[in-house]
Design a protein around this ligand. Sequence first.
Ligand code: GLY
Length: 423
Amino acid sequence: MNILLVGSGGREHALAWKIAASPLTARLIIAPGNPGMAALGELRDVKPTDVPGLVALAREVAADLVVIGPEVSVEAGLADALEAAEISCFGPVAAAGQLESSKAFTKAFCDRHSLPTGAYAVFEDAGLAKAGLAAFKPPYVIKADGLAAGKGVVIAPDLATAEAAIDDCLAGRFGAAGARVVIEEFLEGEIGSMFALCDGKTSMLFGGVQDHKRAFDGEQGPNTGGMGTYSPAPVFTPELTEQIRTRLAEPAFAGIAAEGAPYRGVLFVELMATKDGPKLVEFNTRFGDPECQALMLRLESDLVPYLLACATGQLDIMPEPVWRDEAAVCVVLAAKGYPDAPEAGSEIKGAEADFGPDVVVFHAGTRRDADGTLRAAGGRVLNVCARGPDLRTARDRAYAAVDRIDWPEGFHRRDIGWRVLGR
Ligand code: GLY
């Protein structure tokens, strides 16, 4: 098969790593990709939001399947355009993508279809939003309605911080994505990321991961897109997993199909395991980053048949995926200043060494000079991933590799997996 993978981050590097390993893959084309992915496929310089360019590329390479990595491609309507061009696509149409691209849509969707989630209120006016805080208790959860590259969420400990976050959002910090602000109830419990595949009709769960969202050790510092992950995560007991399937994933797929947008792709259910069962924190309409990286290290099954089955309505004939009986950890190396103002351009040495069979370093925001020098070119720059017979071994292997990478301008957390291993 000829497969076109769209995206350029660590998530897409991990997907490319699994897709390239499949005996079904004849040719892998990646648009635009990153330097770490160059050894796995052909990189083509087309942006993830350039829908006509990507459809033309899919035609040019006779793609049998297009795999959408990032949410911006979903929002831009890539799946819709590919459907019109009769090209199979793993990734939902834009109407279904509203489950990520509008938090206000998702909360109202939860009301319409009785999905458990926290209380919320939506505002376009800063004065009304500030008055609306009275209905909530601290910490206040303030979110930009639209896509904000993981930066649109503030957990405010007090009223002053919450009001500043409201002003910031409605004053245009996130452009059109911040034209509405959503205030949400803070949910108490343990957070988890569960993935579910759907082909428009049939669905199946596809692994659980735990993410660390704060920038610094001890869950300190600003919220980020994710600083590290591990899988399996003990929070996903069989009971909780079943509740996630029946109370969140399946009703979401049924609901969005009933609203005229059958879901084809992966749904990322970010949930809080509360004393009353799982409650939805957010949906994302693509694999998580860096959740996907840990998941791909544990996935024993060939990924490609699952992607194809979602795209072609054949998930009902697929067996449950097989996971390695091992743990996997992903440690994110970010540029100093991330998430607000990451410093770009610094040189990274030692990231492409041979770290052994159980360690993989995925590139996220890197670029390569003509002379081969690797440099930082984003906020989250590298994902050092490892697996092992247990979480401690996997984590030790990951940090041993991290310590061999020479990049003084980067930082990372040292406590990935603390909920299981302690600090
Ligand atoms: N790690 C969270 C996300 O991918 O949105």
